[in-house]
Design a protein around this ligand. Structure first.
Ligand code: FE2
Length: 292
């Protein structure tokens, strides 16, 4: 709205000398002046010069329009959402600096995610533009890279990695665990069946896991992963298109034996006592074939 008003104010500035009720009269007077002065006018500038001036004006208007649109877009993101992003980043910094433990990070990031103004977050990532010409694959989850709008207050240096997953109905972010990583999901659009498992034990060719979460997640729903809790997750889209906002803080423990990364597995493994599952370790290709 501000954009429209400002742009028209700019145009109306050329008629500022006329009061509103005198505008028609003023326009007629202007047209008359243009006709009567045409000869003198054309004497002063060549046709070529006139064209150059006209093009210059057009470029000025186009540039002005672009700048106003950018300004209007930036102002459409609320300060509270910019602060939210800064808080998420600070929490990641605190995790990397060992000021908060992974379990505390999970609790706090979940609280932050629960508070976010979702439409505002979509504006902050320019979601409409990001997904405008998107073709979502029939299989698996497509990872979209994006940048936050660089408006005042948005951190220029992010401590976390980020992506948005795009999925068709029935497709999954395939089951996987994580090494030396804390990560969080926030559902942007669509519905999901979200499953988490605790990672109890690592064997040579298996991982012993236990289900902890098996719920439906809609827009605004969130869940977290750390080395200590809910380490394995698997999200299947129940509608389409479906989108997940993801952040991940890598290399939390610089002394960890395992490099930061995913560990793919098949959670439909042998059922053990106490709800445990002996899940076979697999590679990404098989995980994608089975669950993607
Ligand atoms: Fe993950």
């Amino acid at each position: 709205m501000r954009n429209f008003k400002t742009r028209n104010c700019f145009l109306m500035n050329h008629l500022d000398d006329c009061a509103p009720s005198d505008q028609n009269k003023c326009l007629s007077s202007l047209e008359f002046s243009m006709v009567t002065c045409r000869g003198a006018f054309m004497d002063q500038i060549s046709r070529r010069g006139f064209t150059q001036q006209a093009l210059g004006s057009l470029l000025t208007f186009t540039l002005l329009d672009t700048l106003l649109q950018r300004d209007a877009f930036a102002e459409s993101v609320k300060p509270i959402t910019v602060k939210w992003l800064a808080d998420v980043n600070q929490l990641g910094n605190d995790l990397k600096d060992q000021k908060v433990k992974q379990l505390e990070w999970q609790k706090k990031v979940k609280e932050l995610f629960a508070q976010v103004d979702l439409p505002d977050l979509l504006r902050l990532v320019d979601f409409d533009k990001l997904t405008q010409k998107l073709s979502i694959p029939d299989h698996g989850a497509k990872s979209l890279s994006f940048t936050f709008q660089q408006i005042e207050g948005v951190p220029t240096r992010l401590v976390f990695g980020k992506q948005i997953f795009a999925l068709s109905k029935g497709r999954s972010v395939v089951p996987h665990g994580h090494n030396n990583m804390a990560t969080a999901f926030l559902i942007l659009k669509g519905d999901f069946q979200g499953r988490h498992y605790d990672r109890l034990e690592d064997l040579d060719e298996h991982m012993i896991i236990r289900p902890t979460i098996d719920d439906k997640f809609g827009p605004g729903g969130c869940s977290t992963v750390s080395d200590f809790k809910d380490n394995v997750h698997w999200f299947q889209a129940l509608s389409e298109p479906a989108y997940i906002f993801n952040i991940h803080v890598n290399n939390i423990d610089p002394k960890a034996k395992e490099a930061t990364g995913r560990v793919y597995l098949d959670p439909n493994g042998e059922k053990l006592s106490d709800g445990r599952i002996k899940a076979r370790l697999i590679d990404y290709g098989e995980a994608n074939k089975l669950y993607g």
